[in-house]
Design a protein around this ligand. Structure first.
Ligand code: BGC
Length: 726
């Protein structure tokens, strides 16, 4: 193509994009000019559990939201959390977001967003409530499975394509939960005390990336408080940072029931109120929604002049933008298509992490007897966990997946332990499944041991589940240990079969005191509709594992940076307020373990393959001005094709302030045939070398020596090169 023609096309495309947003702005202004005060008030608060009204007179339809983030939640009643008992709202359940993060594959994240967005579109949703990008500060957080791990760069890099893929369907992302909502215990009232450096370096970057690079159209303000103000009433978070520093023009939607008074919501920067006492009876009004803080009470304050019309107009503008951005598209969407199941399986297989392998895996095709143990081999995992609970059109259990992969083998199942009656959180039940158990725990273990005889393989599938106080919204886990006596069961089984394959299903790290006693360990997260197939693909080697951990697995909870009660779960102060102190500052996850030199169970970025990779010598010019390219070669030195996630960490060798031993600033996933070598290049700017100077309120890259560390994990640095920042 001729250069001038190419430039012409670029100008045209840019003009179209401009027109598009200029068109939207024009429609927003035209519509706003015609709206009455009542209409303005109507569009900034809910009219049902998940919808807000449009302006029928002006042809603007209702706005519908739904959870999020792993699939499209089944319909609830108009005013209640309870199921609407529809029969056409089953969906594809996608892997949990920790699994997506573990793929370290930006293209898969885009695919995920696009695929789930097609389902949301089909179900006529304008907004899908996700992705979640809160940082995993403690392994105990009940919602870690809905987030993307402990590293702000990785979470941001994975959130951006999810948002773009989702929004390509005309469905808005609602990035949640903004901000510093890093535990469930006390989430409705706690005040997070976090210093600016940690806020800017750790807790905000993934939100910023989703907004600025991903172009997210909405964000969800969290339940907790920060600087003594609820996040939904928080001028610092919403006005100063989000709408000020980040110059964002989208809409802030409150978490469900996160608004507490009219002035706070009106003046704090919230745009759309959801979930406030919607049961229709606890306020004695004809329409309970009129009693929302941003409803009649707000209208009265506008009429009396107590609150300014400009602020209301700004909220209405943002909400109108959300309407026009999402309503005006031609996509029809699709549900439960074979393509979506394939997406789900692909993301699942790439997110599974092989943690340990003493030559046991992959399982050989000729196996005659396979013993599958553990409750998680049969337990449905798509239901539960609270708001992210889904009604899947199908869910293939690990046991079914293994049976299908070994049609010739005798596959024997024993439960080995029992978690009791499922408690997946209010409003969700397992009525469709019977997973009850009569046997005692002693009997379950005995039966499991009896089953081992003559087995070619023993696969134990355990971990957490989505019961309350496991991986479930509303509470945190009470312990870092595996629940339901699993450690003891595994130790007993491994004493007989040291080649036992342990498959851990969880959204968070767990302690594994048996680590050295078993033959292989797989981290399988929650994999959604295609769980069993994805798991079997990896167990059999049909897919060579290529996932890596987006979180550190410490040996013990006490090894971590969050140690004291004031750090977690927090303390009640003299005024009776719940205060949580982020005393560890920026030392979250590997930033803590690596800087302190504390050995871990499995490091951040760790993940094995059925092949092996050799790294060349990292190369970079000796000096950097604004940008620098670090290069390295990677070779597949094994027998099978595979993918390696090459990680770039930066170390500030001469710093005037405290800095972590290393910080992730780049990664690439490289596919290699046996014997193949490929170069990998990382180009980084000064931002990758900077820390946040809270006093000056700016990012600072100090001149001096830096090291680029190229690793297969944060603890497995294969090559390094130094350079000077001029
Ligand atoms: C959760 C949100 C969710 C909302 C709607 C809240 O309790 O914190 O993540 O999107 O409910 O279900």
């Amino acid at each position: 193509m001729k250069k001038s023609l190419f430039i012409g096309i670029l100008i045209l495309l840019a003009a179209c994009a401009q027109n598009n947003s200029a068109d939207i702005e024009k429609r927003v202004n035209d519509t706003l000019a015609q709206m009455t005060l009542d209409e303005k008030i109507a569009v900034i608060h809910a009219q049902s559990k998940f919808s807000s009204p449009g302006i029928p007179r002006l042809g603007i339809p209702e706005l519908w939201c739904d959870d999020g983030p792993h699939g499209v939640r089944p319909e609830t009643l108009w005013d209640e959390w309870a199921s609407a008992r529809q029969t056409n709202d089953s969906c594809t359940a996608y892997p949990s977001l920790t699994c997506l993060a573990a793929t370290w594959n930006r293209d898969l994240s885009r695919l995920y967003g696009r695929s789930v967005g097609e389902e949301a579109r089909y179900r006529k949703k304008n907004v899908l409530l996700g992705p979640g990008v809160n940082i995993a500060r403690t392994p105990l957080c009940g919602r870690n499975f809905e987030y993307m791990g402990e590293d702000p760069y990785l979470a941001g890099q994975m959130a951006v394509p999810y948002v773009q893929g989702l929004q390509s369907n005309g469905v808005a992302a609602c990035v949640k939960h903004y901000a510093v909502n890093n535990q469930e215990e006390g989430r409705l009232k706690l005040n997070a005390n976090v210093d600016d450096r940690a806020l800017y370096e750790i807790y905000l970057p993934a939100f910023k990336a989703a907004i600025q690079e991903g172009g997210a159209w909405s964000i969800m303000s969290s339940y907790n408080r920060y600087q003594d103000k609820f996040a939904s009433h928080n001028p610092r978070l919403l006005k100063e940072i989000l709408k000020g520093e980040w110059a964002w023009d989208g809409a802030v939607i409150s978490d469900w029931g996160a608004v507490h008074d009219t002035d706070g919501a009106a003046e704090g920067g919230l745009d759309l109120e959801f979930g406030t006492h919607t049961n229709g009876v606890d306020k004695n009004t004809a329409n309970a929604y009129d009693a929302y803080y941003m409803a009649q009470a707000y209208k009265e304050k506008i009429l009396s002049g107590e609150l300014p019309m400009e602020d209301l107009d700004d909220k209405v503008r943002r909400v109108l933008r959300l309407h026009f951005r999402t309503a005006a598209n031609e996509h029809q969407g699709s549900m439960n298509s074979p393509e979506h199941w394939a997406d789900c399986r692909k993301i699942g297989t790439e997110g599974i992490v092989l943690l340990r392998n003493e030559g046991i895996l992959p399982m050989k095709a000729g196996a005659r007897k396979i013993v599958v143990l553990g409750e998680n081999a049969i337990r449905p995992m798509v239901v539960g966990g609270s708001s992210s609970s889904l009604k899947a059109q199908h869910e293939i259990s690990p046991l079914e997946g293994i049976r299908a992969a070994f049609p010739e083998a005798e596959v024997v199942y024993e439960r080995a332990y029992y978690s009791g009656e499922p408690t997946p959180g209010k409003g969700y039940n397992y009525s469709l499944y019977d997973i009850t158990e009569e046997r005692s725990s002693e009997q379950l273990l005995e039966d499991a041991l009896d089953a081992l005889d003559g087995a070619d393989y023993v696969v134990f599938i355990g971990g957490l589940n989505k019961n309350k106080k496991q991986d479930c919204e509303g509470n945190d886990r009470e312990s870092y240990e595996l629940p339901y006596g699993q450690n003891e069961v595994i130790e007993n089984l491994a004493a007989v079969r040291p080649d036992l394959i342990y498959v851990n299903i969880s959204g968070s790290p767990v302690a594994m005191p048996f680590v050295e006693k078993v033959g292989a360990i797989i981290q399988a997260w929650y994999l959604g509709s295609e769980t069993g197939n994805a798991l079997a693909d990896v167990l059999t080697g049909k897919v060579n594992p290529s996932g890596k951990l987006p979180v550190t697995f410490p040996v013990a909870l006490e090894d971590g940076p969050v140690k004291t009660e004031r750090q977690y779960p927090g303390i009640i102060d003299e005024e009776g307020d719940w205060q949580v102190y982020y005393d560890e500052g920026i030392y979250v996850g590997y930033r803590w373990y690596d800087t302190q030199g504390i050995p871990v169970l499995f490091p951040f970025g760790h993940g094995l393959s059925y092949t092996s990779f050799e790294y060349g010598q990292a190369q970079a010019p000796g000096t950097m001005k604004d940008r620098i390219t670090v290069s390295v070669t990677v070779k597949n030195t094994g027998e099978v094709a595979g993918a390696e996630i090459v990680q770039l960490y930066i170390q500030d060798v001469e710093a005037s302030v405290d800095r972590p031993a290393k910080e992730l600033k780049g990664f690439e996933k490289v596919w290699l045939e046996p014997g193949e070598t490929k170069p990998v290049h990382f180009t980084i700017g000064r931002d990758a070398l900077s820390y946040f100077d809270a006093e000056k309120h700016e990012w600072v890259a100090e001149k001096g020596t830096f090291k680029a560390l190229i690793g297969a994990s944060s603890a497995d640095i294969r090559s390094e090169v130094s350079f000077e920042l001029k």
